[in-house]
Design a protein around this ligand. Structure first.
Ligand code: GLC
Length: 538
């Protein structure tokens, strides 16, 4: 059976500035990625998702875009990006890029023009410039808070020094929200889509896909809001945007695709983004946030499948990304769940337990029907770096929360590739990496794991290869198997494939007569120990 590649793809997320440094400035770049394409092919993924590579002052790691049609000099040039797309294709890897339509950088020409043009100008209509409340406009226009902490509004100081209106930024002040009711914004992004589609990219990851439209009148949220009906997310008009984008994508050959960062409270809300004329897929944050508990895991898988069925969209599975606490660390904590407001970065974590569970989780995600995401370093079993000194933290959430939120830098540490001063991240003689790597990571480097049969990397390679060979051709469904309390067990078929995860505290017996295809850990005496997943042929 052949289906669209994006229905079952294994997609590897590249956080460009931390992946590999080609030019020796201590920051990852496109040359670095290009030199590692053979590694990615050998890993066995189908596609790469690049976090934003555009011109940016990097107030939010590139999610503050100053020019959507060029590459930041830190990362390389437009010509290098074009060559990288071609080279990736030659390695059998498709390319998704990150589109950031909710906001741009305060250094984008539109925002600079808007500030310069002054109050009431047409340039300001591309954003949300709104007079303040209070006697002299000294209070923000409404009570919205930024996702990064603090008010979502910043007051403008006009050219003559007077205090002006406020502008909306749901993230950092350097990320003004665009006004999607403005026809020029729509036209501009349609053109940006074509710009990159013409350059051969296979699709887009859409940043904050639920947030582009705001409720008319920008009403207050109020003290006790209904989280399913917030005025700054999931407004109905957003679906028209994706319908028009989908038409553009479908004009191009080669099965191009959209994946949405749709982070909403209910599966019903999320599913609406995946109707046949909108986005193709979305990240499964419910799964990412789920505690390490058999009932909870099974429930979230069931709800995911049930939520996607009415719109016939493929489910996806994701354990970590550049915004979350690495799951090796999460799974080693007393509370293994995650939520975006998670300020528990410093909670203690048992590294041995976390690693064992992360290996088991990898085999669970890779056995499920649908698409799967691997965040760079997942395949090496990297933990969160929890002890970055305050002075080195670069994530704007740290400063905006007054240090209460230590931010996301701990999952963005440059990858360890081998021995040497930057663990092979940069060429010899280079500047120090933009964030320091723990010394202990030399044991986790690609070189250290490459030929070790017990390593994380070996497990990921084996699992991705088996998945491609045995699971991808199967129908997009599973059959639950009752296998006792504390376990998650399902068959994929036909063909007799079974996945059995033991989350309980006691070993469970291997089913009789089953052949072990792959296991996340040792299987002593014909049993599956706690926090272990096995793939079986029945
Ligand atoms: C998304 C990105 C995150 C970024 C935010 C603002 O959530 O994943 O990294 O900070 O959008 O663009």
């Amino acid at each position: 059976m052949t289906t669209h590649w994006w229905r079952h793809a294994a997609i590897y997320q590249i956080y460009v500035r931390s992946f590999a440094d080609g030019d020796g400035d201590g920051t990852g770049d496109l040359a670095g990625v290009r030199s590692r394409l053979p590694y990615l092919r050998e890993l066995g993924v189908d596609a790469l998702w690049f976090t934003p590579w555009y011109t940016s002052p990097m107030a939010d790691g590139g999610y503050d875009v100053a020019d959507y049609r060029d590459i930041d000099p830190l990362f390389g040039t437009l010509a290098e990006a074009e060559q990288l797309v071609v080279a990736a294709h030659e390695h059998g890897l498709r390319v998704l890029i990150d589109l950031v339509p909710n906001h741009c950088s305060d250094q984008h020409v539109w925002f600079r023009d808007a500030l310069a043009a002054g109050p009431g100008s047409p340039e300001r209509e591309r954003f949300w410039f709104v007079p303040g409340r209070g006697g002299s406009g000294e209070l923000p226009p409404n009570d919205w808070t930024s996702y990064f902490g603090g008010s979502a509004w910043t007051r403008v100081t006009e050219a003559d020094g007077s205090a002006g209106p406020w502008y909306l930024h749901m993230f950092a002040p350097e990320q003004p929200d665009l006004n999607w009711e403005h026809p020029e914004i729509r036209a501009e992004f349609e053109d940006i889509l074509r710009f990159w589609l013409d350059r051969g990219v296979d699709g887009f990851r859409i940043d904050v896909a639920h947030g582009l439209e705001k409720k008319p009148g920008l009403p207050d949220v109020g003290p006790d809001p209904d989280v399913t009906d917030l005025p700054y997310q999931d407004c109905d008009a957003v679906h028209d945007i994706y319908r028009s984008w989908r038409k553009i994508l479908d004009e191009y050959d080669g099965e191009r695709t959209f994946v949405g960062e749709v982070w909403l409270p209910t599966p019903e809300q999320s599913a609406r983004y995946l109707r046949p004329d909108e986005l193709h897929s979305a990240f499964n944050f419910d799964f990412l946030c789920c505690a390490w508990d058999a009932d909870a895991l099974r429930r979230v898988v069931e709800e995911t499948l049930a939520g996607h069925a009415p719109v016939a969209a493929p489910p996806t599975w994701v354990l970590s990304n550049h915004d979350t606490i690495r799951h090796v660390t999460r799974y080693g904590r007393a509370d293994t769940s995650f939520d975006m407001g998670d300020k528990r970065l410093l909670d203690p974590s048992d590294p041995v337990l976390g690693r064992r569970r992360a290996r088991a989780a990898a085999l669970l995600t890779l056995a499920l029907p649908g698409g799967v995401y691997v965040y760079q370093g997942d395949e090496l079993g990297l933990p969160e770096v929890q002890d970055l000194p305050d002075a080195l933290i670069q994530d704007p959430t740290f400063v905006r929360s007054g240090g209460a939120d230590r931010g996301r830098d701990g999952c963005r540490i440059p990858l360890p590739w081998g021995p040497g001063p930057s663990l092979g991240f940069s060429p010899e003689g280079a500047a120090a990496p933009w964030l320091p790597q723990p010394e202990s990571w030399s044991a986790l480097s690609v070189a250290a794991q490459h030929t070790d049969p017990e390593s994380f990397l070996t497990l990921y390679r084996a699992a991705l290869a088996l998945r491609r060979e045995r699971l991808v051709p199967l129908p997009e469904s599973l059959t639950w198997v009752e296998s006792g309390a504390g376990t998650v067990c399902f068959d994929r078929g036909p063909g007799g494939f079974r996945c059995l995860l033991n989350v309980s505290a006691a070993p469970v017996p291997l089913p009789r007569g089953a052949e072990v295809l792959l296991a996340s850990g040792p299987l002593p005496d014909g049993t599956v120990p706690p926090d272990t997943t096995v793939w079986l042929a029945l």
